[in-house]
Design a protein around this ligand. Structure first.
Ligand code: TEU
Ligand code: CA
Length: 544
């Protein structure tokens, strides 16, 4: 087997995302915590992952569940202490798992010491750490909107100025134009590296170089200058995995972000496929069915577009997105089959796969009443659309389909009360289907979704063709099948998925007859050209 250059170990790695408040509670307060994660490291090692991306655990008033940080160098008491964090890093290492921290650098909390100072007066040394504009109360500088609804400008009477916030009022944007801000940030990141962090996920990193006067939020002119400086100052030569969250990325931009020369990040999360099931020019709440051919075209473009000149992240889910089996699979009669199909489809591609907690169990969306939702984005949208006169039924329909809390219901460990997540009252309701969908059931079952993910991870470790093989889309114009080939000097991989719920004959000529079946989501496949609902097969050919 060829060796991936050590510095680029992440090309072969599989990352697991943990949303700490929903993963495992250890002290009965109903909120997941660091000690809870330590308790579950055996489970993660068994699955076979190499790194954990930990959503933010730093000190925070929790207006946006930790994405509003008030102290970057301390742990929120809700999650534990700095010692617990050090212990998690150490224990994870014993399980061959690295810990990636979530860096929220576009904004801080308004309760951060910097902002507390900044709003005192215009000549306070911290004032220029944030983005301020003159104006008159009631007349913001322009019409820019916050991602969570309402104006992006908030008036502060003390300084008689507006500050800019792309997210909640409690998340003022940091001013990256100010070199002092950048220096503080780099020092903070270095401190985490010294503590043993193995990498970083960079929250909305394409929005740091904003130019609000020109109404520019993402992809500002100085963006790559800032990223390269940060990369030079803190990331390079340390064997880290770094991934930027970039909603505005195209393959062309991703070539810069993930340049193999290491000048920026290891890779980025792109969202072109993720926004395909919303109405053009509208919000994510404005639903439409997934346009299958465009979806295939998009995946293909990213696979071929970055080949040899960049690196993809592969993901269906994260803490902001609905559950994939409910979204593009079928979470009713074909839950198991479609969850496995989606896993096989994604894990055969080129890039670093990310698994979001519970995805490996086929956890589903939840459909709660509005009072059971906790997410700021969901609650703001509910109020805003009610005011605009939308029908309550339609609003709830959108929330059930796309709300962020779909991903944030507690991890389903077993069939005991509250799914084994907590002995207390969970901060958000447990999905009632935990009695049947839970880890305890699946870990032992060789035919479970968990077993399928575990197998796919093993396959990636054992076959380099998954890491560096070329990607060739097949049946591009077919309305039902998603099929592709990967190939390197020694092996050829063929993945064929029936993406829908009908039994269908595959138009391929049966070229798999001489190949070995590596993974499949039906036990008794007869290798025929007939594919059952959501049937997926992964074949391998050894060329020599
Ligand atoms: O998300 C970035 C972002 O743009 C989200 O608002 C996204 O559009 C939305 O969640 C889709 O529903 C990141 C974090 O992942 C998210 O959890 C934070 O709320 C946000 O940044 C602000 O830090
Ligand atoms: Ca707890």
């Amino acid at each position: 087997m060829t060796k991936v250059n050590d510095e680029k170990w992440w090309k072969k790695a599989i990352v697991y995302q943990i949303y700490p408040r929903s993963f495992q509670d250890s002290n009965g307060d109903g909120i997941g915590d660091l000690n809870g994660i330590i308790r579950r490291l055996d489970y993660l090692e068994n699955l076979g992952i190499d790194a954990i991306w930990l959503s933010p655990v730093c000190q925070s008033p929790q207006d946006d569940n930790g994405y509003d940080i008030s102290d970057y160098q301390n742990i929120d008491p809700m999650f534990g202490s700095l010692e617990d964090m050090e212990q998690l890093i150490e224990e994870a290492k014993k399980h061959h798992i690295r810990i990636m921290m979530d860096l929220v650098l576009n904004h801080s909390s308004d309760e951060h010491r910097w902002f507390q100072e900044a709003k005192k007066s215009r000549d306070n040394p911290y004032h220029d750490y944030y983005v301020w504009r003159d104006g008159e109360e009631g007349h913001p500088p322009n019409d820019m909107r916050s991602c969570f609804g309402g104006s992006a400008w908030e008036w502060v009477p003390e300084v008689e100025q507006y500050y800019f916030h792309q997210f909640s009022i409690k998340q003022p944007d940091l001013n990256w134009e100010n070199e002092k801000v950048r220096r503080e940030i780099y020092a903070m990141i270095r401190w985490w590296i010294e503590k043993g962090a193995g990498g970083f996920r960079l929250d909305v990193i394409d929005q740091i170089a904003k130019e609000p006067d020109r109404e520019v939020a993402a992809n500002g002119p100085r963006l790559h200058e800032f990223i390269r400086e940060m990369s030079r100052e803190v990331f390079q030569g340390r064997g880290l995995i770094t991934v930027g969250e970039t909603w505005g990325a195209t393959p062309e931009l991703a070539k810069l972000y993930s340049n193999p020369d290491g000048s920026e990040f290891s890779m980025v999360f792109q969202f072109e496929h993720i926004v395909l099931d919303q109405q053009e020019g509208e919000e994510k709440w404005d639903l439409k069915p997934l346009p299958f051919l465009r979806f295939k075209e998009t995946m293909n473009r990213w696979q071929t577009g970055l080949a040899g000149c960049g690196w993809n992240s592969l993901f269906w889910n994260n803490h902001d997105l609905p559950r994939i089996v409910s979204r593009w699979g079928n979470d009713k009669e074909y839950r198991v089959e479609s969850a496995k199909m989606l896993a096989i489809l994604l894990h055969g591609m080129q890039g670093t796969p990310y698994i979001y907690q519970g995805e490996e169990l086929g956890m589903t969306n939840a459909a709660y009443d509005i009072s059971d939702y906790r997410d700021i984005e969901t609650r703001n949208m509910y109020r805003e659309r009610l005011d605009k006169g939308y029908d309550v039924k339609d609003i709830m329909n959108s929330i059930h389909a796309k709300g962020r809390d779909n991903a944030r219901t507690p991890m389903q460990w077993d069939d005991s009360e509250n799914a084994g997540f907590t002995d207390g009252i969970p901060w958000i309701r447990v999905n009632p289907n935990y009695k049947t969908i839970n880890a305890a059931r699946q870990v032992q079952d060789p035919n479970s979704i968990f077993a399928c993910y575990k197998k796919l991870i093993e396959i990636r470790k054992n076959h380099d063709v998954l890491v560096d093989g070329t990607f060739q889309m097949l049946l591009e114009a077919d309305e039902n099948f998603f099929a592709y080939e990967r190939e390197d000097a020694n092996e050829k991989l063929l993945v064929i998925c029936n993406f829908f719920g009908e039994t269908l004959k595959c138009p391929l000529a049966g070229e798999w007859e001489s190949m070995t079946l590596l993974a499949c989501n039906y036990t008794l496949t007869d290798q025929s050209r007939v594919f059952m609902p959501y049937e997926a097969r992964m074949y391998l050919l050894k060329k020599k």
